[in-house]
Design a protein around this ligand. Sequence first.
Ligand SMILES: Nc1ncnc2c1ncn2[C@@H]1O[C@H](COP(=O)(O)OP(=O)(O)OP(=O)(O)O)[C@@H](O)[C@H]1O
Length: 284
Amino acid sequence: MIKVTDLDFSYKGSKTKVIKGINFHIKKGEIFGFLGPSGAGKTTTQRIIIGLLQEYEGSVEIMGKERKAWGREFYERIGVAFDFPNLYLKLTALENLQLISSYYKKKPQDMESLLERVGLLSDKDKKIDGFSKGMKMRLNFIRSLIHDPEIIFFDEPTSGLDPLNAKIIKEMILEMKKEGKTIFLTTHNMTVAEQLCDRVAFIVEGKIPVIDSPKELKVKYGNQSIKMEYYEGEFTRVEEFPIKGLKENSRPREILKTKDIKTIHSQEATLEDIFIKLTGRKLV
Ligand SMILES: Nc1ncnc2c1ncn2[C@@H]1O[C@H](COP(=O)(O)OP(=O)(O)OP(=O)(O)O)[C@@H](O)[C@H]1O
Protein backbone atom coordinates (compact mmCIF):
# COMPACT_ATOMS: atom_id res chain seq x y z
CA MET A 1 0.00 0.00 0.00
CA ILE A 2 2.88 2.33 0.86
CA LYS A 3 6.37 1.89 -0.50
CA VAL A 4 9.00 4.40 0.50
CA THR A 5 12.37 4.18 -1.23
CA ASP A 6 15.50 6.20 -0.48
CA LEU A 7 13.51 9.07 0.94
CA ASP A 8 15.46 12.25 1.75
CA PHE A 9 14.02 15.50 3.00
CA SER A 10 15.15 18.84 4.37
CA TYR A 11 12.91 21.75 5.34
CA LYS A 12 13.06 24.89 3.16
CA GLY A 13 15.89 27.17 4.11
CA SER A 14 17.75 24.45 5.98
CA LYS A 15 20.68 22.47 4.61
CA THR A 16 20.31 19.76 7.22
CA LYS A 17 18.48 16.66 6.10
CA VAL A 18 15.86 15.57 8.60
CA ILE A 19 15.06 12.38 6.65
CA LYS A 20 18.13 10.53 5.47
CA GLY A 21 17.53 7.81 2.89
CA ILE A 22 14.80 5.80 4.59
CA ASN A 23 13.16 2.69 3.11
CA PHE A 24 10.06 0.81 4.20
CA HIS A 25 7.06 -0.98 2.77
CA ILE A 26 3.63 -1.20 4.40
CA LYS A 27 1.33 -3.99 3.24
CA LYS A 28 -2.44 -3.81 2.90
CA GLY A 29 -4.15 -4.69 6.18
CA GLU A 30 -1.04 -4.06 8.22
CA ILE A 31 -0.66 -1.91 11.32
CA PHE A 32 2.76 -0.35 10.95
CA GLY A 33 4.30 1.70 13.74
CA PHE A 34 6.91 4.39 13.57
CA LEU A 35 8.75 4.58 16.89
CA GLY A 36 11.30 7.14 17.77
CA PRO A 37 12.21 9.95 20.11
CA SER A 38 11.06 13.52 19.65
CA GLY A 39 12.56 15.13 16.56
CA ALA A 40 13.40 11.78 14.91
CA GLY A 41 11.40 12.56 11.76
CA LYS A 42 8.17 10.63 12.35
CA THR A 43 5.76 13.48 11.65
CA THR A 44 7.84 14.74 8.73
CA THR A 45 7.67 11.31 7.05
CA GLN A 46 3.91 11.10 7.57
CA ARG A 47 3.49 14.64 6.24
CA ILE A 48 5.39 13.69 3.10
CA ILE A 49 3.27 10.59 2.54
CA ILE A 50 0.00 12.45 2.98
CA GLY A 51 1.14 15.18 0.61
CA LEU A 52 1.68 18.12 2.98
CA LEU A 53 5.39 18.28 2.13
CA GLN A 54 6.15 18.00 -1.55
CA GLU A 55 9.84 18.68 -2.00
CA TYR A 56 11.20 15.29 -1.14
CA GLU A 57 13.78 13.19 -2.92
CA GLY A 58 13.40 9.47 -3.51
CA SER A 59 10.14 7.69 -4.10
CA VAL A 60 6.88 7.49 -2.13
CA GLU A 61 4.53 5.11 -3.86
CA ILE A 62 1.10 4.90 -2.33
CA MET A 63 -1.78 2.70 -3.55
CA GLY A 64 0.27 1.93 -6.63
CA LYS A 65 1.04 5.52 -7.67
CA GLU A 66 3.80 8.01 -6.87
CA ARG A 67 2.59 10.48 -4.25
CA LYS A 68 3.22 13.49 -6.50
CA ALA A 69 1.04 12.00 -9.24
CA TRP A 70 -2.08 11.80 -7.04
CA GLY A 71 -4.75 14.49 -7.29
CA ARG A 72 -7.65 15.42 -5.03
CA GLU A 73 -9.09 11.87 -5.13
CA PHE A 74 -6.20 10.79 -2.89
CA TYR A 75 -7.94 12.38 0.10
CA GLU A 76 -11.10 10.32 -0.49
CA ARG A 77 -9.02 7.25 0.23
CA ILE A 78 -6.94 8.23 3.24
CA GLY A 79 -7.80 9.35 6.75
CA VAL A 80 -5.57 11.43 8.97
CA ALA A 81 -5.78 12.08 12.71
CA PHE A 82 -2.85 14.22 13.75
CA ASP A 83 -3.47 17.36 15.73
CA PHE A 84 -6.92 18.86 15.79
CA PRO A 85 -6.69 22.19 13.97
CA ASN A 86 -9.51 21.07 11.69
CA LEU A 87 -12.11 20.98 14.41
CA TYR A 88 -14.49 23.94 14.50
CA LEU A 89 -14.76 25.14 18.09
CA LYS A 90 -18.01 27.06 17.57
CA LEU A 91 -19.80 24.03 16.11
CA THR A 92 -21.16 21.04 18.00
CA ALA A 93 -19.54 17.61 17.76
CA LEU A 94 -22.20 16.39 15.34
CA GLU A 95 -22.02 19.58 13.22
CA ASN A 96 -18.25 19.13 12.99
CA LEU A 97 -18.70 15.63 11.61
CA GLN A 98 -21.46 16.76 9.22
CA LEU A 99 -19.31 19.60 7.90
CA ILE A 100 -16.25 17.42 7.46
CA SER A 101 -18.22 14.68 5.72
CA SER A 102 -19.52 17.27 3.24
CA TYR A 103 -15.94 17.62 1.91
CA TYR A 104 -16.04 14.04 0.65
CA LYS A 105 -17.92 12.49 -2.24
CA LYS A 106 -18.43 9.22 -0.36
CA LYS A 107 -21.51 8.64 1.78
CA PRO A 108 -20.45 9.19 5.38
CA GLN A 109 -20.33 6.47 8.00
CA ASP A 110 -23.07 6.50 10.63
CA MET A 111 -22.02 9.50 12.75
CA GLU A 112 -24.08 8.66 15.80
CA SER A 113 -22.64 5.17 16.08
CA LEU A 114 -19.12 6.54 15.75
CA LEU A 115 -19.87 9.11 18.46
CA GLU A 116 -21.36 6.41 20.64
CA ARG A 117 -18.34 4.18 20.16
CA VAL A 118 -15.99 6.80 21.58
CA GLY A 119 -18.37 7.81 24.37
CA LEU A 120 -19.42 11.16 22.88
CA LEU A 121 -23.02 10.52 21.88
CA SER A 122 -24.47 12.38 24.85
CA ASP A 123 -22.20 15.34 23.98
CA LYS A 124 -23.08 15.42 20.28
CA ASP A 125 -25.04 18.67 20.50
CA LYS A 126 -22.48 20.51 22.61
CA LYS A 127 -20.13 23.08 21.10
CA ILE A 128 -16.68 21.65 21.21
CA ASP A 129 -14.91 24.69 22.61
CA GLY A 130 -16.11 23.34 25.97
CA PHE A 131 -14.64 19.89 25.27
CA SER A 132 -11.66 18.56 27.22
CA LYS A 133 -8.47 17.68 25.32
CA GLY A 134 -9.36 13.98 25.55
CA MET A 135 -12.86 14.60 24.12
CA LYS A 136 -11.36 16.57 21.21
CA MET A 137 -8.88 13.76 20.63
CA ARG A 138 -11.70 11.22 20.43
CA LEU A 139 -13.74 13.42 18.11
CA ASN A 140 -10.69 13.99 15.94
CA PHE A 141 -10.14 10.24 15.81
CA ILE A 142 -13.62 9.49 14.45
CA ARG A 143 -13.43 12.54 12.17
CA SER A 144 -10.63 10.76 10.31
CA LEU A 145 -12.87 7.73 9.73
CA ILE A 146 -16.02 9.48 8.54
CA HIS A 147 -15.38 8.77 4.83
CA ASP A 148 -14.37 5.14 5.43
CA PRO A 149 -10.78 5.53 4.18
CA GLU A 150 -8.51 2.65 3.12
CA ILE A 151 -5.33 3.93 4.77
CA ILE A 152 -5.39 5.77 8.06
CA PHE A 153 -2.57 7.79 9.61
CA PHE A 154 -2.54 8.30 13.35
CA ASP A 155 -0.11 10.39 15.36
CA GLU A 156 -0.02 9.27 19.01
CA PRO A 157 -3.62 8.04 18.88
CA THR A 158 -3.94 7.34 22.61
CA SER A 159 -1.84 10.13 24.06
CA GLY A 160 -3.66 12.11 26.74
CA LEU A 161 -6.50 9.59 27.01
CA ASP A 162 -7.50 7.82 30.20
CA PRO A 163 -6.97 4.01 30.18
CA LEU A 164 -10.60 3.20 29.34
CA ASN A 165 -10.75 5.55 26.36
CA ALA A 166 -7.30 4.49 25.23
CA LYS A 167 -8.55 0.89 25.26
CA ILE A 168 -11.56 1.81 23.09
CA ILE A 169 -9.33 3.56 20.55
CA LYS A 170 -6.96 0.57 20.43
CA GLU A 171 -9.87 -1.82 19.95
CA MET A 172 -11.20 0.31 17.11
CA ILE A 173 -7.79 0.31 15.43
CA LEU A 174 -7.60 -3.48 15.67
CA GLU A 175 -11.13 -3.77 14.22
CA MET A 176 -10.09 -1.56 11.28
CA LYS A 177 -7.22 -3.92 10.60
CA LYS A 178 -9.68 -6.85 10.57
CA GLU A 179 -11.70 -4.98 7.96
CA GLY A 180 -8.56 -4.83 5.81
CA LYS A 181 -7.61 -1.21 6.43
CA THR A 182 -3.97 -0.24 6.43
CA ILE A 183 -2.82 1.73 9.45
CA PHE A 184 0.31 3.79 9.88
CA LEU A 185 0.82 5.15 13.36
CA THR A 186 3.55 7.04 15.13
CA THR A 187 4.15 6.80 18.81
CA HIS A 188 6.61 7.16 21.65
CA ASN A 189 4.60 4.60 23.53
CA MET A 190 6.13 1.14 23.29
CA THR A 191 3.19 -0.54 25.01
CA VAL A 192 0.82 0.82 22.37
CA ALA A 193 3.23 -0.33 19.67
CA GLU A 194 3.45 -3.82 21.14
CA GLN A 195 -0.29 -4.13 21.52
CA LEU A 196 -1.18 -2.88 18.06
CA CYS A 197 1.59 -3.12 15.52
CA ASP A 198 2.31 -5.99 13.16
CA ARG A 199 5.66 -4.38 12.46
CA VAL A 200 7.53 -1.41 13.83
CA ALA A 201 10.26 0.77 12.40
CA PHE A 202 12.68 2.35 14.85
CA ILE A 203 13.51 5.84 13.60
CA VAL A 204 16.33 7.92 15.03
CA GLU A 205 17.77 11.14 13.57
CA GLY A 206 16.06 10.60 10.22
CA LYS A 207 17.26 7.03 9.73
CA ILE A 208 15.60 3.66 10.22
CA PRO A 209 18.06 1.15 11.65
CA VAL A 210 15.49 -1.58 12.36
CA ILE A 211 12.15 -2.81 11.00
CA ASP A 212 10.57 -5.96 12.36
CA SER A 213 7.61 -7.36 14.27
CA PRO A 214 7.66 -6.68 18.02
CA LYS A 215 7.64 -10.45 18.58
CA GLU A 216 10.64 -11.09 16.33
CA LEU A 217 12.56 -8.24 17.92
CA LYS A 218 12.01 -9.80 21.32
CA VAL A 219 13.12 -13.21 20.10
CA LYS A 220 16.20 -11.78 18.39
CA TYR A 221 17.31 -9.21 20.92
CA GLY A 222 15.46 -9.78 24.20
CA ASN A 223 17.08 -12.05 26.76
CA GLN A 224 14.36 -14.09 28.36
CA SER A 225 15.03 -15.20 31.88
CA ILE A 226 13.49 -16.66 35.02
CA LYS A 227 13.69 -14.79 38.28
CA MET A 228 13.42 -16.85 41.47
CA GLU A 229 12.86 -15.19 44.79
CA TYR A 230 13.31 -17.36 47.90
CA TYR A 231 13.57 -17.10 51.67
CA GLU A 232 16.87 -17.48 53.42
CA GLY A 233 16.42 -17.07 57.13
CA GLU A 234 14.94 -13.64 57.71
CA PHE A 235 16.04 -12.40 54.26
CA THR A 236 14.73 -12.93 50.76
CA ARG A 237 17.17 -13.49 47.93
CA VAL A 238 16.72 -13.26 44.18
CA GLU A 239 18.52 -15.18 41.45
CA GLU A 240 17.97 -14.86 37.71
CA PHE A 241 18.65 -17.51 35.06
CA PRO A 242 18.57 -17.21 31.28
CA ILE A 243 15.84 -19.36 29.70
CA LYS A 244 18.37 -20.43 27.11
CA GLY A 245 20.25 -23.37 28.60
CA LEU A 246 17.86 -23.64 31.56
CA LYS A 247 17.62 -27.41 31.37
CA GLU A 248 21.39 -27.77 31.70
CA ASN A 249 21.47 -25.40 34.64
CA SER A 250 21.38 -27.26 37.98
CA ARG A 251 21.10 -24.17 40.18
CA PRO A 252 17.35 -23.47 39.63
CA ARG A 253 16.58 -27.12 40.44
CA GLU A 254 18.71 -26.91 43.56
CA ILE A 255 16.80 -23.80 44.68
CA LEU A 256 13.48 -25.54 44.10
CA LYS A 257 14.58 -28.54 46.13
CA THR A 258 16.23 -26.74 49.02
CA LYS A 259 14.62 -23.32 49.47
CA ASP A 260 11.22 -21.92 50.37
CA ILE A 261 10.18 -20.08 47.23
CA LYS A 262 8.54 -16.66 47.51
CA THR A 263 7.93 -15.96 43.77
CA ILE A 264 8.98 -17.22 40.34
CA HIS A 265 8.60 -14.93 37.34
CA SER A 266 9.61 -15.14 33.73
CA GLN A 267 11.24 -11.93 32.54
CA GLU A 268 11.20 -10.57 29.01
CA ALA A 269 12.91 -7.53 27.58
CA THR A 270 10.42 -4.82 26.67
CA LEU A 271 10.38 -3.21 23.25
CA GLU A 272 11.75 -0.12 24.97
CA ASP A 273 14.77 -2.09 26.28
CA ILE A 274 15.38 -3.34 22.74
CA PHE A 275 15.01 0.15 21.29
CA ILE A 276 17.68 1.44 23.70
CA LYS A 277 19.92 -1.55 23.00
CA LEU A 278 19.74 -1.16 19.22
CA THR A 279 19.75 2.61 18.86
CA GLY A 280 21.59 3.76 21.96
CA ARG A 281 18.77 6.26 22.45
CA LYS A 282 15.87 6.61 24.83
CA LEU A 283 12.42 7.21 23.48
CA VAL A 284 11.77 10.51 25.20
N1 LIG B 1 8.44 23.22 9.87
C1 LIG B 1 9.71 22.88 10.18
N2 LIG B 1 10.74 23.64 9.78
C2 LIG B 1 12.01 23.31 10.06
N3 LIG B 1 12.37 22.21 10.77
C3 LIG B 1 11.38 21.41 11.19
C4 LIG B 1 10.00 21.70 10.93
N4 LIG B 1 9.25 20.72 11.49
C5 LIG B 1 10.11 19.86 12.06
N5 LIG B 1 11.39 20.27 11.90
C6 LIG B 1 12.61 19.57 12.36
O1 LIG B 1 12.66 18.31 11.70
C7 LIG B 1 13.13 17.29 12.59
C8 LIG B 1 12.10 16.16 12.63
O2 LIG B 1 10.91 16.64 13.21
P1 LIG B 1 9.58 15.78 13.30
O3 LIG B 1 8.48 16.69 13.77
O4 LIG B 1 9.36 15.04 12.04
O5 LIG B 1 9.97 14.75 14.46
P2 LIG B 1 9.05 13.73 15.24
O6 LIG B 1 9.78 12.45 15.27
O7 LIG B 1 7.68 13.70 14.67
O8 LIG B 1 9.01 14.38 16.70
P3 LIG B 1 7.79 14.44 17.76
O9 LIG B 1 7.69 13.06 18.33
O10 LIG B 1 8.27 15.43 18.78
O11 LIG B 1 6.56 14.86 17.04
C9 LIG B 1 13.35 17.96 13.94
O12 LIG B 1 14.72 18.28 14.04
C10 LIG B 1 12.52 19.24 13.84
O13 LIG B 1 13.11 20.26 14.61
